[in-house]
Design a protein around this ligand. Structure first.
Ligand SMILES: Nc1ncnc2c1ncn2[C@@H]1O[C@H](COP(=O)(O)OP(=O)(O)OP(=O)(O)O)[C@@H](O)[C@H]1O
Length: 261
């Protein structure tokens, strides 16, 4: 049964068409990777799933209902991009994430101590134990990225939205973050949508790989048409049709690893 249902969704900003005719069914627990050229509307699609904005046309349903518009976390959808609180230390950010999934919110006493211990174990796992008492703004880009992912995963949302989550990480750190995500996903059965520019990563982590692209172009008016899902690959069988995709989308070719971590 479809858990996330997207029906004929269109989005535009003013006269500028971004997405058109997007239709998709995703089962609960699926990991959906999303690739596509820069600026083609992948992040916009995540914001629509988050109900951060409404489509100009079409319908999105999560578990049969319209995505709720009240503040994020209580409805079970977490967007890694928006998750870190700048006024809390790294450890406090992880502890806070745990409480999002609790009906009573904040925790005290022994429960809080235990939450801190679990937070420290998580920070150890993602290589941030040594900066547990620091504030997010003082961390490097790669560290901030790891904190955002660790925090989003700690909240154990029903749906996790990741927007280029591993972009600024060195190859070794990236692999350990992959493992962390895969373990937590196996534990929680969460549904994941991940935008990535790395096809190999998309196929490694995803059950499906969606390609967003513009199927029609008006050379006189490039803003006239939007992007849609032009390919929907099954990534479960390990049969990776990289070459076919790369031939058509050279811009998706893996980039050399970034320097920071
Ligand atoms: N709120 C907005 N108002 C106007 N234009 C917007 C808005 N949000 C996004 N856009 C434009 O819509 C287009 C699609 O943006 P989006 O961020 O969804 O693309 P993307 O595929 O995620 O790109 P990238 O891969 O570079 O992150 C971009 O050209 C962007 O400038």
């Amino acid at each position: 049964m479809s858990f996330v249902t997207v029906r004929d969704v269109w989005q535009s900003y003013g006269a500028r068409s971004i997405l058109e005719r997007v239709t998709l069914d995703v089962s609960e627990g699926d990991f959906v990777s999303i690739v596509g050229a820069s600026g083609c509307g992948k992040s916009t699609f995540l914001r629509l799933l988050l109900a951060d904005e409404r489509p100009v046309r079409g319908e999105i349903r999560v578990d049969g209902a319209e995505p709720a518009t009240e503040p994020g976390r209580s409805r079970g959808v977490v967007f890694q991009r928006y998750s870190v609180f700048p006024h809390m230390t790294v450890r406090e950010n992880i502890v806070a994430a745990e409480t999002f999934s609790r009906p009573l919110g904040r925790v005290w006493g022994r429960a809080r101590r235990e939450a801190r211990e679990r937070a420290d174990a998580t920070l150890e796992r993602v290589g941030l134990a040594h900066v547990a008492d620091a504030y997010p703004a003082t961390l490097s880009g790669g560290m901030q990225q790891r904190l955002a992912i660790a925090q989003a995963l700690t909240a154990r949302p029903r749906i996790l939205l990741l927007d280029e989550p591993f972009g600024a990480l060195d190859p070794g750190t990236r692999l350990s973050m992959h493992a962390f995500l895969q373990d937590l996903r196996a534990e929680t059965g969460m549904t994941v949508f991940m935008v990535t520019h790395d096809l190999e990563e998309g196929f490694k982590l995803g059950d499906r790989v969606l390609v967003f692209d513009k199927p029609r172009w008006d050379t006189q008016a490039p803003e006239r048409f939007g992007a849609t899902i032009t390919y929907d690959f099954d990534a479960r069988d390990g049969g990776v049709p990289f070459q076919r995709i790369l031939d058509r989308y050279p811009s998706l070719a893996p980039r050399p690893p970034a320097a920071t971590g």
